[in-house]
Unconditional design. Structure first.
Ligand SMILES: Nc1ncnc2c1ncn2[C@@H]1O[C@H](COP(=O)(O)OP(=O)(O)O)[C@@H](O)[C@H]1O
Ligand SMILES: [Mg+2]
Length: 368
């Protein structure tokens, strides 16, 4: 049987560049080489697309990228694939056909619908959610509105844009204190990795927190601090997805900030989480519903706050391209649910093809 050619795309212009490299390494090591041939595609921090056997290690070592062949994704559905610069010559390009794409990109430009739009134009199946779903899940406000629409439990929040803040900061501050209260979390609407997020405990901390969030986005969301453990649940599938066992995050800092996520090894992941089984079942059901609410495909990790004492559950967010390193929560949750890393990677590629086949069968124009 002919092996299918899978482009594994990693790196990228987001704060999660390094995590993406680690996730991609584990994925490339675990793709079944009897069925698939891997074409590595690395995106530099500047956004340049590169390919070849050396690209992963050069990005990892932040080495000299000159001379590494550039790659361009074609947007010709009759010839799905890449144009690859011939080594040693920037004037000649070769066609590299592809059958599938596994984008292992987190955050802006990778998980927000932008690159998914390119894949749609390329005419190739790709792992994960589509344009609308990726973009909606990246925007914490749109995501919450979709959750509320489907009666999912969301904590109190409000949002505003740069102009509203500049015009009436006093009035917004008043609304924040009465609707979200203190402490509260101030976040840029579109980002990830806890970048730009502050926990505000005293009134005087609000203004600098909003200014910080406005460095990253024109839209800011403020949420009431929610009680309970941070519980995560993995979802896998397309129209009829499954949820995994749940896991718990124990942050070493005041909250799960950038440091606690990536730099400080004292943060702990516990899987399966120690939760009464009724609560775990409820979280699993809510995770599937959150997945459906944003119309996700393939995979997502849904994050919750669960208070075992009172039994309250809030959905915090959904991540459409969760961390995928060998020790990340998403694959670990499937491992404790009976699906190992290799099998998971295989299932994701099959789900990408299943969704693509369904979409391709859809009419795009009225019948003649
Ligand atoms: N409303 C909240 N109540 C309590 N903790 C929160 C709240 N919002 C965020 N946090 C803390 O901040 C972390 C990052 O926030 P999150 O909304 O998950 O942003 P990101 O998309 O960057 O992961 C969470 O993992 C949690 O530790
Ligand atoms: Mg989060």
């Amino acid at each position: 049987m002919k092996r299918k050619k899978v482009a594994v795309i990693f790196g990228g212009r987001s704060g999660e560049h390094v995590v993406s490299l680690k996730s991609a390494q584990a994925i490339m090591e675990n793709i079944d080489r009897e069925r698939y041939q891997v074409i590595p595609v690395g995106i530099s921090r500047e956004g340049i697309w590169l390919t070849g056997e050396r690209v992963w290690s050069l990005l990892r070592e932040q080495g000299d990228l000159r001379g590494v062949p550039r790659a361009v994704m074609l947007t010709d559905p009759r010839r799905p694939g890449l144009l690859v610069e011939r080594e040693g010559s920037s004037a000649a390009w070769d066609f590299q056909p592809l059958d599938l794409i596994f984008p292992v990109l987190h955050g802006p430009f990778g998980e927000d619908g932008t690159v998914q739009g390119l894949f749609e134009l390329s005419g190739l199946p790709y792992v994960g959610s589509g344009v609308l779903s990726s973009a909606a899940a990246m925007d914490k406000v749109v995501m919450k509105i979709l959750f509320q629409q489907d009666d999912l439990p969301v904590g109190p929040y409000l949002y505003f844009d740069r102009r509203q803040w500049q015009e009436r900061p006093d009035r917004l501050a008043e609304r924040i204190f009465s609707e979200a209260g203190l402490p509260c979390f101030v976040k840029p609407a579109n980002l990830g990795s806890s970048i730009g997020i502050s926990k505000v405990k005293r009134a005087g901390e609000l203004e600098p927190a909003v200014e910080e969030a406005l460095h990253y986005d024109d839209k800011v969301i403020v949420e009431a601090a929610l009680p309970g453990k941070e519980i995560e649940c993995a979802v896998l599938g397309n129209l009829d997805p499954q949820s995994s066992r749940t896991g718990e995050i124990i942050a070493c800092n005041e909250f799960y900030d950038y440091r606690a996520k990536y730099l400080d090894e004292r943060s702990e992941l516990i899987y399966p989480a120690e939760l009464p089984s009724v609560l775990e079942k409820r979280v699993q059901e809510l995770a599937r519903r959150a997945f459906a609410a944003v119309e996700a495909s393939g995979l997502a990790r849904v994050d919750f706050f669960v208070d075992p004492e009172s039994g309250t559950i809030f959905v915090n967010e959904i991540n459409t391209m969760p961390g995928f390193t060998s020790i990340s929560m998403y694959p670990k949750l499937w491992e404790v649910s009976g699906i190992g890393y290799r099998e998971l990677v295989g299932r994701l590629l099959e789900l990408a093809e299943e969704r693509f086949a369904r979409q391709s069968a859809r009419l795009t124009a009225p019948p003649e």
